[in-house]
Design a protein around this ligand. Sequence first.
Ligand SMILES: Cc1cc2nc3c(=O)[nH]c(=O)nc-3n(C[C@H](O)[C@H](O)[C@H](O)COP(=O)(O)OP(=O)(O)OC[C@H]3O[C@@H](n4cnc5c(N)ncnc54)[C@H](O)[C@@H]3O)c2cc1C
Ligand SMILES: *[C@@H]1O[C@H](CO)[C@@H](O)[C@H](O)[C@H]1NC(C)=O
Ligand SMILES: *[C@@H]1O[C@H](CO)[C@@H](O)[C@H](O)[C@H]1NC(C)=O
Ligand SMILES: *[C@@H]1O[C@H](CO)[C@@H](O)[C@H](O)[C@H]1NC(C)=O
Ligand SMILES: *[C@@H]1O[C@H](CO)[C@@H](O)[C@H](O)[C@H]1NC(C)=O
Ligand SMILES: *[C@@H]1O[C@H](CO)[C@@H](O)[C@H](O)[C@H]1NC(C)=O
Ligand SMILES: *[C@@H]1O[C@H](CO)[C@@H](O)[C@H](O)[C@H]1NC(C)=O
Ligand SMILES: *[C@@H]1O[C@H](CO)[C@@H](O)[C@H](O)[C@H]1NC(C)=O
Ligand SMILES: *[C@@H]1O[C@H](CO)[C@@H](O)[C@H](O)[C@H]1NC(C)=O
Length: 769
Amino acid sequence: MKLKQLFLSLLPLVGSVYAQVAAPYTDSGNGFIFDGITDPVYHVTYGIVLPQASTSSEFIGEFVAPLSAKWIGLALGGAMIGDLLIVAWPNGNDIVSTTRYATAYALPDVYEGPTITTLPSSAVNSTHWKFVFRCQNCTSWEGGGGIDPTGTGVFAWAYSSVGVDDPSDPGSTFQEHTDFGFFGINFPDAQSSNYQNYLQGNPGTPTSVPSGPSSTTTTTTTGPTASATPFDYIVVGAGPGGIIAADRLSEAGKKVLLLERGGPSTAETGGTYDAPWTKSANLTKFDVPGLFESMFTDPNVWWWCKDTNFFAGCLLGGGTSVNGALYWLPAQSDFSTGNGWPSSWGNHQPYTDKLKQRLPSTDHPSTDGQRYLEESADVVSQLLKAQGYSQITINDNPDYKDHVYGYSAFDFINGERAGPVATYLQTALARSNFVYKDYTYVSQVIRNGSTILGVRTNDTSLGPNGIVPLNPNGRVILAGGSFGTPRILFQSGIGPTDQIQTVQSNPTAAANLPPQSQWINLPVGQDVSDNPSINLVFTHPSIDAYENWANVWSNPRPADAQQYLESRSGVFAGASPKLNFWRAYGGSDGITRYAQGTVRPGAASVNTSVAYNASQIFTITVYLSQGITSRGRIGVDAALNAKALVNPWLTDPVDKTVLLQALHDVISTMSNVSGLTMITPDHTQTLEEYVDAYDPSTMCSNHWVGAAKIGTSSSNAVVDENAKVFNTDNLFVVDASIIPSLPIGNPHGMLMSAAEQAVAKILALAGGP
Ligand SMILES: Cc1cc2nc3c(=O)[nH]c(=O)nc-3n(C[C@H](O)[C@H](O)[C@H](O)COP(=O)(O)OP(=O)(O)OC[C@H]3O[C@@H](n4cnc5c(N)ncnc54)[C@H](O)[C@@H]3O)c2cc1C
Ligand SMILES: *[C@@H]1O[C@H](CO)[C@@H](O)[C@H](O)[C@H]1NC(C)=O
Ligand SMILES: *[C@@H]1O[C@H](CO)[C@@H](O)[C@H](O)[C@H]1NC(C)=O
Ligand SMILES: *[C@@H]1O[C@H](CO)[C@@H](O)[C@H](O)[C@H]1NC(C)=O
Ligand SMILES: *[C@@H]1O[C@H](CO)[C@@H](O)[C@H](O)[C@H]1NC(C)=O
Ligand SMILES: *[C@@H]1O[C@H](CO)[C@@H](O)[C@H](O)[C@H]1NC(C)=O
Ligand SMILES: *[C@@H]1O[C@H](CO)[C@@H](O)[C@H](O)[C@H]1NC(C)=O
Ligand SMILES: *[C@@H]1O[C@H](CO)[C@@H](O)[C@H](O)[C@H]1NC(C)=O
Ligand SMILES: *[C@@H]1O[C@H](CO)[C@@H](O)[C@H](O)[C@H]1NC(C)=O
């Protein structure tokens, strides 16, 4: 489902593989030796040097940036929220700096406490600006964060090509950064006996003179050796695609290894991230449906992937451990040739039936069968009835998606998050021919031309150089999700040439790339789509906005918490969505597009000039789904962060026209519901103005599909009708990437049916183990 806006969306980095690690370098201007990095894309250098006394609370830092960098930021703990942020920019010949602190993904507030002193070697010239500064009282900050000068840490950098609003004012507002990245640092390496000299502006006597921040590597590609355990199937990524594939392959008796870069999620899997009030019951954030909205407000959002600027779950279960769990059984049209599927995929029903059997849906997740916090559903059903909609049980009628509404359906079981982790994964884990390994990062497949020999991991206990080999005829299945799978393919020399060349500019990854003669040119990352979605925010006197979900983690309503702990019933047994609706539209290009609505109490953001009662707000998110023609492109930068090279939202004007029509229709019967007021947009703005002003990235629904899309030709698809990567013998993809165009509903139900079908085709395909 659509979520919070990604404003200044630096995510924290905990225990992840850093794209870069700080190394010592000498600034040739002032002669100081810093520990730091130069990011390979914008060529900004970030350096730090600490005094030797580990009790000191200060350091000297520097940013050296080309003038194209309009402002630069550094988050000292690797996260935007809850860390000391240092932001600087040039203003004429001066550098202006500010310390900030954020408690939400929004413009960070000015933060008092640290003292920044600009040191004399700071300068602006015709090509660069350089900010060298002393930062005192900078190694700890509110919320318990800090730098341990004796240990290691993570810094996040932020870069903007857009200037701040008032460059002369340290308190200036500014827009979200254009890019960000991370680097690891070992603080003892950054200590200098010359620190006091540096404060005086002289370099002292260098103890050693390193050349510059470089990361040359001499690693060579080494084939798997017999000492590591080989597998019939190696599945990369334990999201819904990977879990279902691994379960069915192990059920068929294959020797299967499932590798996941993240760690446990729900309590059943060993997760321990409990809310203060759920500790006694041993229930994590990922178990309790009603904690869903807190995924976006927690100060320690460790579960998001750190190497992409979109929301993606990097923990066991992938997106299904952190998503809204809206669960729709696919419609027949979701697998039609018209929507890009090979004709051999036409009969999804047996696979959908298998899915239903393992993972039923419910539209009343509370164990007492009652529905809770349904006021917004009641209000919107009145609105829709006046437009000729009828109420149905959505998953009893998957093909019926025009002028219908119904209660939101989820894959929760017994009042707890279930999904593939509580079902398919558990049967796999019970088999002796199945091995699950977490905290294991796969960077590439090892191949000899078209033949995959194994995968390279970061865990050398799994094999020499971390390489896990395949049995003869063995196969690799990539299931790293819409950002993870393309990144692995590019690093394996598979994809558009420009992306493999970008990998080549990363010294570590370049060393492991196959020779150019073995590159396989496929449209990986091209033709991706995601639902464009627009939030409309309303008030109605009957609504209970549930404090906009702000208190669910640390201060829940006591009666609701108690009811949930006692019987898995009540408000906490459900997530925030309450009602969904669909309507079909014919576009001027002859294509039918579907509009979907999701209704929930609360709102991600309100922008209004009218007075309103915040206790009565609710949101209708209107998305455009099946039939949209807009497409974008996913790629990587040299730091291997995955990003949208081309945004996929509303690039086709017909999509925009249809979405606007749908928005107009949704509000067309407001006068039929007494007391209903739309506050965002408010009466000062038309829907057209509202949509025009919408920041495209906040139209994101996190429903990416198509990054390794299925098809019948390698000229416009990445995998063939058996989900095998074109021009390889034994490499497959089973995740949302293969889906060629958006399904009618939120995608993970349809994706799980597709995974059932894909793994059946892979098992049936001759030549395997
Ligand atoms: C915030 C949010 C809310 C959503 N809400 C809904 C909803 O309500 N309903 C719905 O239907 N859909 C929803 N979605 C979408 C849905 O969750 C995704 O479509 C689905 O999870 C995609 O599954 P996947 O198997 O393709 O990949 P993912 O779920 O992304 O799983 C990929 C897995 O691979 C692992 N991985 C990646 N790279 C590597 C690597 N190199 N090495 C090892 N492991 C790796 C990751 O850690 C992850 O566990 C939501 C998504 C998000 C992010
Ligand atoms: C491998 O990477 C994962 C994910 O980033 C990390 O948690 C793990 O500690 C790494 N393992 C090793 C041995 O470095
Ligand atoms: C140091 O900074 C903190 C905020 O991080 C502030 O509360 C404290 O007063 C500062 N101490 C000094 C000595 O300035
Ligand atoms: C401008 O500053 C940068 C960074 O300090 C430096 O590398 C460059 O040589 C300077 N250019 C000139 C013309 O002084
Ligand atoms: C929490 O519950 C899981 C099973 O759901 C169990 O394996 C684990 O040991 C429990 N942990 C604690 C601390 O009770
Ligand atoms: C909705 O309101 C309009 C205008 O007031 C009215 O004409 C129409 O009959 C109403 N429809 C329903 C179904 O009540
Ligand atoms: C690579 O493949 C070629 C031909 O396909 C084969 O001759 C060669 O032995 C293979 N090398 C390895 C290391 O498997
Ligand atoms: C808020 O709405 C006004 C118009 O009503 C618009 O001009 C402004 O850009 C909006 N602000 C944001 C942050 O969207
Ligand atoms: C705001 O709404 C809440 C919940 O409906 C209600 O209790 C409260 O009285 C309202 N406040 C005002 C000022 O109307």
